[in-house]
Design a protein around this ligand. Structure first.
Ligand SMILES: [Zn+2]
Length: 374
């Protein structure tokens, strides 16, 4: 599932590969911070973190593992467990097995997980596509799903018979969006990917190892790709055309390179929020005063999320270690003024955000944007 981290890919044998996490370890560190600061929570940190009843709104967990459930308990963590249909992944080719695994994780989590379902966009040419998708989605809502994911294969993979890429605002999807709004559920939109996937190879880019590993998503090498701008404009049409539909733009709404653009979208579309999943490297590289101002201004529209996963055959112990390390690092960055080591081994000073803002980022906004989550 994840991405730019070879080590993690190896450790988790992660099969799902849903999006990009920025890399760890591909830059040489400068002034490395002591090792213990890159490890998990201290007991004092854990106490503060857990007291927020934190929610990670973007995860992919498809294995019910006691060690993992124990971590959810220990951290007082709630997760949104997201399905996608991905024809590059044997496990995720069909939604059925994935939904079953997701529901099992939710059931075993003791109230610590909520399901985000999806639909199979590869069937878009079938007659009755939308009504079939709606029937399945509504069935998942009845089983407790709180959201529906649309994924980047819409815009970056599926094509019409004439060779044009299918975009997220294609009329074939309109009844699905209307249904999600009518059911008062939320659409998680991971459409497009970082800018670098439309650009010539750049070893210095945070996403370089991802597109080297996943040429199927390297749009720069495709003959006539949909432009990133066209895909995001299609997303914007959904926002404008469905004012009653809550849309959470995954991965900073794929506008990771320009926080001004994110701000403009949040200003323009009141039904839009963004999650931070797998884009902390982009957050952490913003000038400190500017990112504090941004988070402060949009404190009701940002959702803490990671894109972490646990695939069916992964080692739960290794995953738990990785999850806790990620939560601890992100927490230090947002909540303290300690020095934090980024994924590319640079040192940044924590933002020291005030408690009310932390509470929104880690808890309140998830409740608001995902009704039914708790
Ligand atoms: Zn994801």
């Amino acid at each position: 599932m994840r991405t730019l981290r070879f080590s993690l890919l190896l450790v988790l044998a992660a099969a799902v590969c849903l999006s990009l996490n920025a890399q760890r370890g591909s830059h040489d560190g400068q002034g490395r911070i002591p090792a213990q600061r890159t490890e998990g929570f201290s007991s004092r940190e854990l106490q503060k973190f857990a007291a927020l009843e934190p929610i990670d709104t973007h995860t992919h967990v498809f294995q019910n593992a006691p060690a993992f459930n124990a971590m959810l308990e220990r951290l007082h963590l709630h997760i949104v467990d997201i399905c996608v249909v991905d024809d590059h992944s044997p496990f995720q080719k069909s939604l059925d097995a994935e939904r079953d695994a997701d529901l099992e994780v939710v059931r075993a989590s003791g109230g610590h997980a909520s399901m985000c379902t999806s639909f199979d966009p590869y069937k878009f040419r079938n007659s009755g596509f939308a009504s079939g998708a709606i029937e399945q989605i509504n069935q998942d809502f009845e089983r407790g799903a709180i959201a529906v994911k649309i994924w980047k294969n819409v815009g970056m993979e599926l094509k019409h018979a004439n060779g044009d890429y299918v975009l997220p605002d294609d009329p074939i999807f309109a009844p699905i969006y209307a249904d999600i709004a009518e059911q008062n559920k939320t659409l998680i939109a991971h459409v497009a990917d970082p800018d670098t996937l439309w650009q010539p190879p750049n070893p210095a880019a945070p996403d370089y190892s991802y597109y080297m590993e996943h040429p199927e998503w390297y749009m720069y090498k495709k003959p006539h790709p949909a432009s990133k701008q066209a895909i995001l404009q299609a997303r914007d049409h959904i926002l404008a055309g469905n004012p009653d539909l809550r849309v959470v733009g995954a991965h900073l709404g794929s506008m990771e390179a320009d926080f001004g653009e994110i701000a403009q979208h949040l200003d323009k579309y009141p039904n839009f929020a963004v999650d931070l999943a797998a884009r902390m490297p982009y957050v952490m590289k913003q000038p400190r005063d500017q990112i504090i101002a941004f988070i402060t201004k949009y404190q009701d529209r940002l959702l803490y999320a990671t894109d972490l996963g646990l695939s069916p055959n992964a080692d739960p112990a290794a995953a738990v270690k990785e999850w806790e390390r990620t939560y601890a690092r992100d927490w230090r960055y947002f909540a303290t003024t300690d020095t934090v080591e980024t994924e590319s081994h640079e040192n940044v000073k924590g933002l020291g955000l005030p408690d009310p803002v932390l509470k929104k980022l880690y808890h309140d906004n998830a409740i608001k944007w995902f009704p039914g989550i708790l």
